[in-house]
Write a protein that binds this ligand. Structure first.
Ligand code: GLA
Length: 366
């Protein structure tokens, strides 16, 4: 058991006086296919070996009580009269518990390795781990993912798509998932053994990230409905202009890039796969307008590094992380360069993680 988990269990004993069950749900990194999920398109994420853990034990009264090792706020509410969202991390737990309509009280204690607000789905990992802890484990995984997405949409106001909870639920060790978000069919694609996923956290999260995300989503949906299609994925954008044109051009070209990236990966052509990532970043920067200076700097540095095949922003944007596809034997040199050159350019020390694709959420043996 790693040290965070031992701390979680001993803190649970100290705070609640009994032995918990333990559940884990991973964060995710998206290799390519950004802002396509809510447009009915393709995404290509992998669950990663950084996870959120929920320790849980039943309570005799009908109350739900949740605490976190990372935040001071607590949730304490009768399950027959749910409290309103509070505008902090407890809303994810509240949302999942409410939608599951739980019938027994419980104490929860939460710990996480997923950087919070870093674009690696700390929120989906919390929702999915909570859903399993609260007894959803025997439901189909895609249904759990939908419930978690709904919890986030309805209880935090973030109109996120299905990618993050789906990946946290269904991730596979050593593989990324190519998901068609229109019908949630997917295939698991092996990441070549000589490749490493290097995640570079810019350490910035720009204000308005959530509202800008919701604005993009609303613009895509209104363009689709004006054109009489269910999803922007399906349109011919030649008749559009302005923001609608740029949004549609991003979504449609990004969908094509996901499939080309998969083909290149399967053919072992990592340079071609990497080019798709750089082009994706450009499209997100110029057409979809969800990048920022720090992300652009991190990608520009990656582009000059030997052994880095490709790089791009990952997740919703406006800060957070980049994903770099790197040769295993270049990783140490590449992470050193990313760190020192980003720090020199911005004055910020980035956090860099070398991750591997991990399995989806599960109960753990204590
Ligand atoms: C966030 C959302 C996802 C997805 C990405 C952008 O991570 O939660 O649903 O839309 O942004 O690809």
């Amino acid at each position: 058991m790693n040290s965070l988990l031992s701390r979680l269990v001993s803190e649970f004993h100290r705070r609640f006086g009994n032995q918990p069950r333990l559940f884990r749900a991973p964060g995710r990194v998206n290799l390519i296919g950004e802002h396509t999920d809510y447009n009915g398109g393709f995404v290509f994420p992998a669950a990663i070996d950084l996870a959120t853990y929920v320790a849980i034990a039943p309570r005799a009264d009908r109350r739900l009580h949740a605490e976190s090792l990372s935040f001071p706020e607590t949730l304490d509410t009768p399950i027959d009269q749910w409290r309103q969202p509070a505008g902090n991390w407890t809303d994810y737990v509240l949302g999942v518990a409410t939608l599951l309509d739980i019938q027994t009280g419980a104490d929860l204690l939460i710990a996480t390795e997923v950087p919070i607000g870093g674009g690696l789905s700390s929120s989906a990992a919390l929702e999915v781990a909570t859903a399993l802890a609260l007894g959803a484990g025997n439901r189909p995984r895609a249904e759990i993912a939908r419930l978690c997405q709904r919890a986030e949409n309805e209880f935090t106001g973030m109109q996120c798509g299905i990618m993050d909870p789906f990946t946290s639920c269904l991730g596979e060790e050593g593989r990324a998932l190519l998901i068609d978000c229109r019908d949630l069919t997917y295939r698991a694609v092996s990441i070549p053994p000589g490749i490493r996923l290097v995640i570079a956290n810019t350490m910035v999260k720009h204000e308005l990230a959530a509202s800008a995300y919701n604005d993009r989503r609303a613009a895509c949906e209104s363009a689709a409905s004006r054109l009489g299609v269910a999803y922007l994925r399906d349109i011919d954008y030649s008749s559009l202009a302005g923001t609608e044109l740029r949004c549609a051009r991003h979504v449609i070209s990004e969908n094509a890039r996901v499939l080309q990236f998969e083909q290149a990966l399967l053919a072992g052509d990592l340079h071609q796969a990497g080019e798709q990532m750089y082009t994706s970043h450009e499209s997100l920067r110029t057409d979809f307008e969800v990048s920022c200076e720090e992300l652009d700097t991190m990608v520009a540095i990656a582009r000059t590094l030997p052994g880095v095949y490709g790089a791009r922003m990952t997740g919703g944007g406006f800060g957070g992380c980049t994903i770099n596809l790197a040769a295993a034997d270049s990783v140490d040199a590449a992470t050193g360069e990313l760190r020192s050159r980003y720090a020199a350019a911005t004055g910020i020390d980035p956090h860099i993680f070398v991750c591997r694709p991990a399995a989806g959420a599960s109960e753990m043996t204590a």
